[in-house]
Design a protein around this ligand. Structure first.
Ligand SMILES: [Zn+2]
Length: 120
């Protein structure tokens, strides 16, 4: 595993890709074997490395642990609720491809880019 592009990010060797939709951070292997614990029903990562490459990013910042408490300040800050326990990235470099965003829109899911380009 190369660490190019991961300067200033806090990662461990295993947690090296962040889901662009929910921000969960997992290994490539986890995404391939188990999919995203939050988004699998809409993004279908399992056994689909193309989707993993398009919809996850190896470049992210601010890894935080979520313990499953949906009321925690972290989940409010990250705008995630009822998500599984795990590690989440605060800021992710990258955006979902347009066709996937259109798919999500069609399903009533609004995607908020997590790269800092959208301000409240
Ligand atoms: Zn996800």
């Amino acid at each position: 595993m190369s660490s190019v592009g991961q300067k200033r990010t806090r990662t461990t060797p295993k947690l090296n890709r962040a889901c662009l939709l929910c921000g969960v951070v997992q290994s490539m292997t986890q995404f391939r074997n188990e999919g995203c614990p939050n988004c699998e029903s809409v993004l279908h990562y399992q056994d689909n490395e193309d989707v993993i490459r398009e919809c996850t990013s190896p470049t992210f910042e601010g890894l935080v642990a979520m313990n499953g408490s949906s009321k925690s300040w972290v989940s409010r800050w990250l705008r995630i609720e009822n998500f599984v326990s795990g590690f989440y990235a605060v800021r992710i470099v990258g955006k979902l491809p347009d066709d996937i965003r259109n798919d999500l829109n069609a399903q009533g899911i609004s995607y908020r880019p997590r790269d800092g380009s959208v301000q409240d």
